[in-house]
Design a protein. Structure first.
Length: 244
């Protein structure tokens, strides 16, 4: 009898381990699929995710190889490239209606700020995201059959980033400048939380605003020959944001 009980216990442990491993893989694959299928419908650009590792027990995870493409009409191949980002999620919230993310830290992203008098790539992506959420009181994103989970992010940090500036009026010349650290807090902390599209809107708006200020402040360091054209482009971008 004792041997039978031991064998049963071992079998149960093995089943538990197998189920745990399956859940772990499913969580990661579901997140990756959601990013690559729903993300493009919301942002209007290609989005690829290299991988995600998230433990359903500790809530700690890492996102790698996130690439956000550029809208049609822009020459640069990508708008945002993130090598890695660490996340900490409240484990119990993964099976609730609202996922609680304690922190997100994005390290050294590459931001391409491509602009001309007609507009810029970041503003275009932001406009696409805003259009996907405008007038919608539900949490259903384009392409979804049912309401999406709500999200809360307590702390969102983007640090060590670089902006690759490309301005048509500079005759194709480019410059690379540092992206000031971005720190967002208490996103979706209310009872209703926020959708993934709404979170994307907040983050993209912060990136676009920060990039605009950094680009405007770097005009004097881009060379006398390009300064006049850069000033005109910056003024045009500022006018666009004033319409918000």
């Amino acid at each position: 009898m004792k041997k039978i009980l031991v064998r049963v216990l071992i079998a149960l442990v093995l089943i538990l381990v197998a189920l745990t491993a399956t859940c772990y893989v499913m969580i990661n694959s579901i997140v990756k699929k959601s990013v690559e299928t729903i993300g493009p419908k919301v942002a209007g650009v290609d989005i690829k995710l290299g991988g995600i590792k998230l433990s359903p027990f500790s809530g700690k995870g890492e996102i790698t190889g996130l690439v956000v493409g550029n809208p049609a009409g822009f020459k640069s191949p990508t708008a945002i490239t993130i090598g890695s980002a660490s996340v900490v999620v409240q484990p119990a919230s993964l099976i609730s209606d609202k996922i609680v993310v304690r922190s997100v830290i994005v390290q050294a992203p590459d931001i391409t700020f491509e602009t001309s008098l007609s507009g810029n790539n970041l503003k275009k992506i932001l406009a696409n995201v805003e259009a996907s959420t405008a007038g919608s009181t539900s949490s259903t994103a384009p392409g979804e059959k049912k309401a999406a989970k709500k999200i809360e992010v307590d702390d969102f940090v983007i640090t060590g980033g670089k902006i690759h500036v490309s301005v048509t009026l500079m005759g194709g010349k480019s410059a690379t400048i540092p992206l000031p650290e971005i720190h967002l807090t208490n996103l979706g902390t209310g009872a209703d939380g926020m959708t993934g599209a709404e979170l994307s809107q907040k983050v993209l708006k912060a990136i676009a605003d920060s990039a605009l200020k950094a680009v405007g402040g770097s005009v004097t360091g881009l060379g006398k020959g390009a300064a006049e054209g850069m000033e005109k482009a910056t003024k045009s971008i500022t006018d666009i944001f004033k319409k918000k």
